[in-house]
Design a protein around this ligand. Sequence first.
Ligand code: SF4
Length: 436
Amino acid sequence: MKTYWVETYGCQMNLSDSELMEGILAADGYTRVSAAEEADVILVNTCAVRQHAEQRVLGRVAELVRVKRQRPGTLIGVCGCMAQRLGAKLIERAEYVDMVIGPDAYRSLPQLIERAECNGGAVVEIELNPAENYEGLELRRHSPVSAWIPVQRGCNYGCTFCIVPHTRGPEKNREPLAILQEITGLAQQGITEFTLLGQTVNSYAYDGWDFPSLLRAVGRLPGVRRVRFTSPHPKDLTRKLVEAMAEEEAICPHLHLPVQSGSNRVLKRMARRYTREEYLAKVDTLRQRIPHIALTTDIIVGFPGEDESDFEATLDLLRTVRYDDAFTFRYSPREGTPATRMKEDWFVPEHVAQGRLERLIATVREIAAEKNLAQVGRTAEVLIEKRARRGNLLQARTDTNKVVLIPGPDEWIGRYLKVALTGTSGATFTGFPIET
Ligand code: SF4
């Protein structure tokens, strides 16, 4: 019996790709084991968006050498965006890696493993394939409650800080009927919550279908109770999409809308293709049509050329929008991206960027805590996802994407319950079922 172990770093797209790789291996007769130490094949699915993430992965891969020593013959594969970015250079930095597999090469995973077994040397497969959408392959999903549905791969935008267009290639969209068929099958198995995934998911277009029409069609499928999507690009947040969100009951009132900066100068240098004013106008439209919508975002500080007034503009935008939460990052130069070629004296010293990041995080947390505190005492419908890691509680989620921890038995997993929100730690809630 052949065995595998997959570790995942990075975004939801990577988590979904890992499910895809697991599906491909399972179809080839592999069994999943519960620890890397027991596996014949170890795959590490990686992210290249920040230097820090890459270093973490390299550290982890170095640790895995121990497994190879204990179990000679174990193969280590590095997959995903970092594999694509570094290619054969990865082998120079980590000679114990047996396979380097880019995001478009997963279909041939069994053959690549075979080649690595026979080879003696490392196998590198990083060709980008504009036709590869992984149609017809079954993912091995772990949640009986929610499913990620990739509807798009790659990206046609060229934000100057971002490595993704290099590692995943141009945008390619899946056939809508295949998407609807996949979701129908999963809904028949009892899954009720679906998250449509794409790098700029709302730029989706296929044969006359646009993203709002896909979203409406998904929301109307029998058995589908909640639909989410991530990540939309603000430029493609059209009136039509807002209307679909407002009108379709199944579409959750939560949007993760990456803004990156509140300064027009910085947005222009980032090539984000919208201004602060345009972004804020879209937020207004969303809130007019969906008043209880929860908004989250991504923000980068310390981008080349960002001065104190630009940073103040970002803080001001935060206070204007009052996000429910935000992922905050210090700019990380990625080799090959246009931002790395900007004027040398534009680069923000590390201690300045770090100081801004800390102020940004404090502001995000303060607003999020205020907003969450205002929810305490209210009731909400939650979907019970799984047993929480700590405290013998169940982890549940509201339609606005807030995590709620409640007491209850495992049999409740997969059910929708009304809960009273009894407290908040600032980020997550505690709750109590008021109707079972
Ligand atoms: S839209 Fe910009 S940030 Fe998002 S994946 Fe594409 S290039 Fe990167």
